[in-house]
Design a protein around this ligand. Structure first.
Ligand SMILES: Nc1ncnc2c1ncn2[C@@H]1O[C@H](COP(=O)(O)OP(=O)(O)OP(=O)(O)O)[C@@H](O)[C@H]1O
Ligand SMILES: [Mg+2]
Length: 496
């Protein structure tokens, strides 16, 4: 029974209550017996052989070294009486499945940030040749500050390799999200992309592309095209549909090369659609390029490497035609005096229209030039200004110094900042005099051009008050970000 462990001690944790259970494990809230800190303890419902235990340890080692702001930290793995368990961060705000129950439809402003955060975690793992294998909303947890944290990284592999028997109801990973190649035992990084695309499909439409029994799901993933999303009912741009269908391709080679490319393309498909909508809705917007350019510059700050949206159209030369010919055609039906008034009015109308045309052309020309200058000189190719990449870097730095991974933190700094030895020495002496960092929380994020300033509120064990850590990041023309300045508001420490 799953509640068997309540009140018992696993490692240094006493299990307080059951948080939930999944296909192959039960998760408990645990409390450290001395420190009284809380953690989630996941107890696998399997007994390991001695041979399995060694394998479990090797896999566990890899998972425990995944350090990323959007990945649940696993800080202990062990086996008690052949029962494998792992200790991880407790996420008190539940999962994205709890927050958005089955059937919910989410708007892009809600789900795109989730997608970007999850993707940054997955891309980080893929770069280290690791595959998640069980992407689904149940494995997306919410931190105390409601940040999305991906959980069960590689657990699917651990369990798959260690569970002695696997039955149909004990499928590793979850069938509804599983790519054709993974179902055939050949998971690869693109399998996570497919699973994430199923999640996006579900968030958008309220339903997953494939449903049914084990065999039905297997057949559909392998050989049925996903149903088209109803673009009109769901009010989604066609480009969004195309991006999702590409990520759901049966052949992994036809998907995006990297999961980050998928997320960028999705974000870009929405952003370009947002830019296009107001211009498409009213032709009069076209002769007011200055206004539309301002809104474009703020909206196209990130996305995939695709062509920027087309420049605002110049006013159509044929547009005044019908108005002028209407005046000419009406004239013969008028009386003489009326005709002369009409002629006068006609001349006046023509003059006014000509003046409007000239002014319109002038404004359009100026707008077009500004537009060109903006795209040429600032090169807003979507990878250039990708704030989520910068935020990930800053979060990674904050996390690295909080966990005393100074090597990693140092690598995030651009050239021109402290030398490595100096940086590590300063960080260690600050840990000594003010105590280690106990919490960090991003409190503000200000973007200006290619510069991003992120401020974190920090706490240290020996300080009664919080202080701010401010990081300045600079993006270069190829879309890479570096930390160019960091300012800590912590009380100064005697130099070592
Ligand atoms: N770190 C955590 N903090 C808080 N709650 C958690 C944590 N990990 C899991 N849970 C809770 O426990 C439940 C069960 O998690 P578990 O990972 O065993 O199953 P699952 O993800 O639903 O399915 P699967 O068996 O495919 O992994 C989750 O749905 C969640 O509510
Ligand atoms: Mg899980």
């Amino acid at each position: 029974m799953s509640t068997d462990w309540i009140g018992r001690q696993l490692g240094s944790y006493r299990l307080l209550s059951l948080l939930g259970h999944g296909g192959y494990a039960d998760v408990y809230l645990g409390e450290h017996i001395y420190l009284k800190t809380q953690a989630a303890i996941k107890v696998l419902r399997t007994q390991l052989t001695d041979e399995d235990i060694e394998h479990f340890r090797t896999e566990a080692f890899t998972i425990a070294h995944l350090v990323h702001p959007h990945i649940v930290r696993v800080f202990d793995f062990s086996v008690l009486d052949n029962n494998p368990f792992l200790v991880m961060d407790y996420a008190p705000n539940g999962t994205l499945r709890h927050r958005h129950p089955k059937g919910s439809r989410l708007t892009p402003d809600v789900f795109l940030p989730y997608v970007m955060d999850i993707t940054s975690a997955l891309q980080y793992a893929h770069d280290q040749k690791l595959i998640h294998r069980d992407i689904k909303p149940e494995n997306m947890l919410l931190s105390p500050s409601n940040q999305v944290l991906l959980s069960d990284f590689g657990i699917a592999t651990v369990s798959q390799n260690t569970l002695s028997q696997t039955t149909e109801d004990m499928v590793i990973g979850t069938m509804a999200y599983m790519s054709p190649e993974q179902l055939q035992g050949k998971a690869r990084p693109a399998s996570d992309q497919y699973a994430l695309a199923v999640v996006v499909y579900e968030w958008l439409s309220g339903a997953r592309p494939f449903n049914g029994t084990y065999v039905e799901l297997l057949t559909q993933h392998l050989s049925t095209d996903p149903p088209f999303l109803d673009e009109q009912t769901l009010a989604i741009p066609h480009a969004v549909q195309q991006v999702i269908r590409r990520a759901l391709a049966k052949d992994p080679h036809q998907r995006f090369a990297r999961i980050q490319d998928f997320a960028n393309a999705l974000e870009w498909a929405y952003r370009t659609a947002n830019v296009a909508t107001p211009r498409a809705s009213s032709s009069r917007e076209d002769v007011r390029p200055a206004a539309s350019i301002t809104s474009q510059t703020t909206r196209v700050r990130s996305g995939a490497a695709q062509a920027p949206p087309p420049p605002p159209k110049a006013p159509s030369r044929s547009a005044p035609g019908p108005i002028l010919s209407f005046a000419a055609a009406s004239a013969p039906q008028l009386t003489t005096s009326a005709r002369s008034v009409g002629r006068g009015l006609g001349r006046l109308t023509r003059t006014v229209l000509l003046a409007i045309l000239l002014i319109g052309a002038l404004i359009c020309g100026l707008g077009y030039a500004t537009y060109n200058q903006f795209f040429a000189s600032q090169d807003t190719s979507p990878t250039t200004i990708n704030q989520s990449g910068a935020t990930t870097l800053a979060d990674g730095f904050a996390q690295a110094i909080s966990t005393q991974h100074y090597d990693q933190a140092y690598n995030d700094l651009g050239p021109g900042l402290a030398k490595k030895n100096q940086f590590e020495q300063d960080a260690q002496s600050e840990d000594q005099c003010n105590g280690p960092i106990t919490t960090y929380k991003r409190v503000s994020s200000t973007m200006s051009g290619n510069k991003l300033v992120e401020t974190y509120e920090m706490t240290r064990s020996k300080l009664a008050n919080t202080y701010n850590l401010t990081l300045t990041l600079q993006g270069d023309s190829s879309g890479r970000w570096q930390i160019t300045d960091y300012q800590s508001g912590a009380p100064a420490c005697p130099s070592s």
